[in-house]
Write a protein that binds this ligand. Structure first.
Ligand code: UD1
Length: 331
């Protein structure tokens, strides 16, 4: 028996959540997943990990789960993540991401769960006019997705001040890739994220990749992003958990990225290299709400946690995404 506590992972059947579940399990933690399986998959939850099928705002269900498993921390991934959809349907985002999270946090407070780790996002910064975004760069979201996540950061700050709970909000930059061992990956259909879209096109699941804008103020005119491997991100969550347990009076708000960016064209070149075949590219106009460049300053997380990224390599990120996409095709 491990002496490590049990963690509730919301959205543990989804893309990033399923990687966190593997990381926790590999490290010897107890894990229980709650997921409504709207975008997640029951098969993404590994054997031996209980899956509670339900909603994070179902307080009787959540509280019974927290008590039954003696949960000591919550990693909260469940939510809606498509930026353009949030512009068309903001109330869905304020409901799924802000209101339901409020109910989840209330359940955690009621049961006395001492630690909370939250998936925040670089989208809380909006379009910052800086080379690299620091945690103290003003947060001015330009879409409801970013705003819905920023509201949760505020809730956690206030709740942690009023109740015996500490929290860590990790502001993810662009998460991509898949488990290096091929156990899970990004599986949801209709993805909008560049690397997912590009590997689908490389495998003939799509005709082409649209390049959203070639007139940004970037070296090649296409959007630049800080792509981070999902397994390095999952590892950061474990370090966050250890930090919260070690210092119960301290909260953390930290960027999670590699501190360097790649353009859309550089990403597509990497996909072409991986398959030795060019993906068809179609130049289109800008997508509403896209900043030209978003790169993290990751000095704070490197200073605060003993975080050593292991997959900070675009070709590796693409190779893992491609391997998972091939595997999905065989399912
Ligand atoms: C956005 C959020 C990010 C969030 C993620 C979740 C912002 C600034 N960032 O990332 O915080 O975690 O969504 O959904 O809101 N692109 C193309 N063609 C495509 C797809 C994308 O050219 O088919 C370009 C985009 O214009 C952008 C880059 O590729 O420059 C990355 O886009 P995407 O993968 O969709 O992520 P973000 O919008 O950066």
């Amino acid at each position: 028996m491990s002496d490590k506590p049990t963690v509730l992972v919301t959205g543990g059947a989804g893309y990033i959540g399923s990687h966190a579940v593997l990381a926790l399990k590999d490290a010897g933690y107890g894990v229980v997943v709650i997921d409504n399986l709207v975008t997640g998959f029951d098969w993404a939850v590994p054997d031996g990990v209980p899956l509670v099928r339900g909603d994070i705002a179902d307080q009787p269900l959540v509280e019974a789960t927290l008590r039954a498993h003696d949960v000591k921390a919550i990693m909260h991934f469940a939510g809606s993540v498509v930026v353009p959809e949030s512009v068309d349907n903001p109330l869905k985002y304020y409901h799924n991401n802000s209101a339901k999270t409020r109910d989840l946090i209330e359940s955690a407070v009621r049961v006395g769960v001492p630690h909370f780790i939250f998936s925040s996002t670089a989208a809380t910064y909006g379009t910052p006019d800086v080379e690299a975004v620091r945690e103290d760069t003003p947060q001015q979201p330009i879409n409801p997705y970013g705003m819905s996540k920023l509201m949760t950061e505020y809730m956690l700050r206030d709740v942690a001040a009023a109740h015996p709970m500490n929290f860590c909000a990790l502001r993810y930059f662009n998460v991509a890739g898949a488990d290096p061992q091929g156990r899970t990956g990004q599986s949801t259909a209709g993805a909008t994220h560049l690397i997912k879209v590009a590997v689908e096109a490389a495998l003939g699941k799509r005709e082409s990749v649209a390049i959203f804008g070639t007139d940004f103020d970037t070296p090649d005119g296409t959007g630049v992003r800080d792509y981070i491997h999902v397994s390095d991100l999952a590892a950061a969550h474990l370090l966050a958990l250890e930090a919260l347990m070690a210092e119960p009076d301290r909260n953390h708000l930290l960027n999670c990225g590699y501190g360097r960016g790649f353009s859309v064209l550089e990403v597509l070149d990497a996909v072409d290299r991986a398959t030795n075949m060019p993906v068809k590219r179609v130049m289109t106009g800008r997508r509403a709400g896209d900043p030209g460049k978003l790169i993290s300053d990751n000095g704070a997380i490197l200073k605060t946690f003993p975080w050593t990224p292991r997959h900070a390599d675009l070709d590796q990120i693409v190779a893992h995404a491609l391997a998972w996409e091939r595997k999905l095709g065989e399912r």
